[in-house]
Design a protein around this ligand. Structure first.
Ligand SMILES: [Zn+2]
Ligand SMILES: [Zn+2]
Length: 336
């Protein structure tokens, strides 16, 4: 099979021919139809996440068809493979509904091979059926941006006025769910990034502006998607007493020191780590009735490096999705 391989961190991915993986006990083999690109993939390539298996097939937002069945999934069924690839099942976290914190957890596209390839194997217990009515490309961003974003949204509590810092793959999904919950979303992008601000408004934000601007109303909670520590302080400045700032990324630059009075008033700063299967079941149940739209740019598998580049540079609006077997050599076909 064809795969995009990370041999060493800091180097571009390499197009490689690899043996089609063989599923082990409880694992299924799937043919990859789409694999969405996540900022975490950049953190792995750049070495900010320090313990990948190497060589590694990146990619943890996989949608494909079952080729070799396992557990509850039968051949031909369409499934999604998320970031959480395996947990131990016996530790204090696993046995208290917090498998996302398992010390021995394995992660798709990081400590297990992922979906930047024509085929992938996955432990069937961690896969999700994909709701009807979503194409593979539409569904792929739900597997991390959607799932971990959904967990972040839950951590924000019942905030009615919600700030999003960074408006990319996760925010474009979450703004729709938040609105359906009755919340109002205020989107912060890089200052003067009028394109991202227009995109945020298109997707349902009531207001969009730069991080240097104040929102028209104070916020009950904020979710920081961008990996910039200073935004945590900015978010805290706009959050009312009792409000929460949720840090949704796996890596972030250092958070600068700030006056205690910004935290005073029972404000909370917290992170969100990974996902549990419960998060996935809840989100996919919700998506049976709530139709979520995403703006995507599709790339052939072989152009994974280009997809990573446009995500890194900020040129990308929405989500990059790799489509194995597609041949557009122009690259970057809009998919919405
Ligand atoms: Zn565990
Ligand atoms: Zn991710």
């Amino acid at each position: 099979m064809k795969a995009m391989l990370l041999r060493r961190q800091g180097e571009p991915l390499e197009v490689a021919e690899r043996p089609t993986p063989t599923p082990g006990e409880g694992e299924l083999l799937l043919q990859v139809d789409a694999c969405a690109v996540c900022r975490t993939d950049l953190h792995v390539v750049d070495g900010e996440l320090t313990e990948p298996k190497l060589p590694l097939v990146l990619g943890h937002q996989i949608v494909g068809r079952v080729v070799q069945a396992a557990a509850v999934f039968s051949e031909g069924e369409r499934i999604g493979v998320p970031w959480l690839g395996w947990t131990c099942g016996v530790c204090v976290y696993c046995t208290s509904g917090r498998e996302n914190l398992c010390d021995r957890a394995l992660f798709t596209g990081y400590t297990r091979d992922g979906g930047y390839a024509e085929y992938a194997v996955a432990d069937a217990r961690y896969c999700f059926p994909i709701p009807d009515g979503y194409s593979a490309s539409e569904a792929a961003p739900l597997l991390c941006a959607g799932l971990i974003g959904y967990r972040a949204l839950r951590m924000a509590g019942d905030a009615r006025r919600l700030g999003f810092f960074g408006f990319g793959s996760a925010a474009q999904i979450l703004v729709q769910i938040a609105r359906a919950n009755g919340a109002t979303v205020f989107a912060f992008t890089r200052d003067n990034d009028v394109e991202a601000q227009a995109f945020a408004r298109t997707m349902g934000a009531a207001w969009a502006g730069g991080t240097g601007e104040a929102p028209p109303e104070p916020l009950d909670a904020a979710i920081v998607f961008a990996p910039a520590g200073e935004l945590v302080v900015t978010a805290l400045r706009h959050v009312v007493k009792g409000g929460t700032v949720v840090c949704a990324g796996i890596h972030m630059s250092d958070i600068p020191s700030f006056p205690y009075e910004l935290l005073w008033g029972e404000r909370t700063i917290r992170s969100v780590a990974n996902l549990t299967r419960r998060d996935g079941n809840e989100l996919f149940a919700r998506l049976q009735t709530l139709r979520v739209e995403t703006r995507r740019t599709e790339f052939p598998l072989e152009q994974a490096n280009e997809a990573l580049r446009v995500l890194r540079s900020g040129e990308l609006t929405g989500t990059a999705v790799l489509i194995p077997g597609s041949t557009s050599d122009a690259g970057g076909g809009a998919a919405r």
